[in-house]
Ligand binder design. Structure first.
Ligand SMILES: *Cc1c(COP(=O)(O)O)cnc(C)c1O
Length: 404
């Protein structure tokens, strides 16, 4: 880039010059499918299967069971229905209260509204973005609260300062509440004791939607070590059928089935998961190095030994500056760099101003702050080191030259 003249005609060092825009638009996140998926799909079509879920789906379930070291994996049509079925599998009914994080994807609370669950929003802990256990404890309504959903934001686990996941397990056992882990962002991430995220609560849920670490376009699964819950969920997802394809129904059920086409893709994606875990960690480390001590922002805490960051998440600082985050996003876009605003606080979403079952809007300072200052940077598995370095140079340039 060399040197440039500034307004006063003085020579400025190269590091202070405007970084170049990227030659092509860099998406914040895009799925990656390759020749292996294409070939597997073609081979499957030659086999003349029924396309609906069967042996390939079971094969994918077995791969996930093995990867996560969990007894049961049940594939379903997406990572929202998986949360609904996990809740029904745990015996939840209309009117039951469920504590949900106020910082999460909208699917977490909405999965409960599918069957008339009463959602109770709870703020998150500021470093891990994990459900704040003290606040969750204070929201337990004895006899009414039947479940608590924790969300593993970007693969983060419950931090030690909250007592780790075991403190949640204990709290839920004391109150006879089902602990459900929304681990949609947690595939490839572990608790420090080696257990995979999603396998500690009564049920865990994963998503395979387009932005996730591996994808089947749409798709999700429930994992559990509980035989009874697994059986209930298998019935619920296939019309309560006594036997696959038959018309004898022993339970009320719906149709939340997966497809073989997706399973064929999922099997190839699962084979790539260990490599993706490694690359995601490298990406996170590179961002960390490139943005070390960058004024005006911070990356969220991450333990790269156990956590596989799905998205790179950052916050502009000081707190409370809405314009700065949005102007950074606009500046990056102008330079061909995609970013995505982190989840707005759910209790302030327009849909919850009218939805029955909503909690009256309280204050949830941590999630409200993330809604103003949080930004996801380019995080696809295919992002190159050069693209990451360029992104970081732009973030630095913008923040160094920003004045409100
Ligand atoms: C992606 C995601 C979901 C929803 O998954 P879908 O498969 O899109 O329904 C649920 N919860 C969290 C935390 C997610 O990130």
């Amino acid at each position: 880039m060399g040197v440039e003249d500034n307004a006063d005609g003085e020579k400025m060092p190269a590091s202070a010059s405007v970084p170049d825009a990227l030659p092509e638009f860099l998406m914040q996140m895009a799925p990656l499918f390759g020749a292996e998926e294409k070939q597997a799909l073609s081979d499957y079509m030659d086999e003349g299967g029924f396309l609906t879920e069967f042996k390939k789906t079971r094969g994918l379930e077995e791969m996930i069971e093995e990867f996560c070291n969990v007894k049961h994996c049940i594939m379903v049509n997406n990572g929202t229905i998986s949360l609904t079925l996990a809740s029904l599998g745990c015996g939840l009914e209309a009117g039951d209260e469920v504590i949900v994080p106020n910082y999460t994807m909208i699917a977490t609370p909405n999965s409960q509204l599918m069957f008339g669950g009463q959602i109770v929003f709870c703020d998150v802990e500021p470093d891990s973005l994990y459900l704040d256990i003290d606040k969750a404890r204070s929201l337990i309504n004895p006899g009414k609260t039947k479940a608590m959903i924790v969300m593993t934001a970007n693969g983060r686990y419950a931090p030690a300062k909250m007592g780790g996941i075991d403190a949640f397990v204990q709290l839920c056992e004391e109150h006879n509440i089902a602990l459900i882990e929304d681990a949609a962002q947690g595939l490839g991430s572990y608790y420090p004791d080696g257990r995979h995220l999603g396998t500690v609560g009564k049920c865990g849920s994963f998503s395979f939607s387009a932005p996730k670490i591996i994808s089947t376009g749409q798709g999700g699964c429930v994992v559990t070590n509980d035989d009874t819950i697994a059986k209930r969920i298998r019935l619920k997802k296939d019309f309560g059928r006594a036997e696959g394809g038959g018309d004898v129904h022993i339970a009320i059920g719906f149709n939340c089935k997966f497809t073989e086409l997706q399973a064929v893709v999922g099997i190839e994606q699962m084979k790539k998961l260990p490599g993706r875990v490694k690359r995601k960690k490298e990406i996170a480390q590179l961002y960390r190095d490139e943005l070390a001590d960058c004024p005006g922002m911070q990356l969220f805490w991450n333990d790269l030994q156990f956590t596989t960051p799905w998205f790179i998440d950052m916050q502009v600082t000081p707190p409370g500056s809405l314009k700065k985050r949005d102007e950074l996003a606009a500046y990056l876009k102008k330079n061909n760099i995609g970013s995505r605003v982190m989840y707005p606080p759910i209790h302030l979403q327009q849909c919850f101003q009218e939805t029955p079952g909503r909690q009256p809007p309280g204050t949830h300072p941590v999630s409200e702050e993330i809604g103003k200052t949080g930004l996801w940077l380019p995080s696809s598995i295919q992002t190159t080191d050069e693209e990451i370095k360029a992104t970081c140079a732009h973030v630095r340039w913008f923040l160094a030259n920003y004045s409100e």
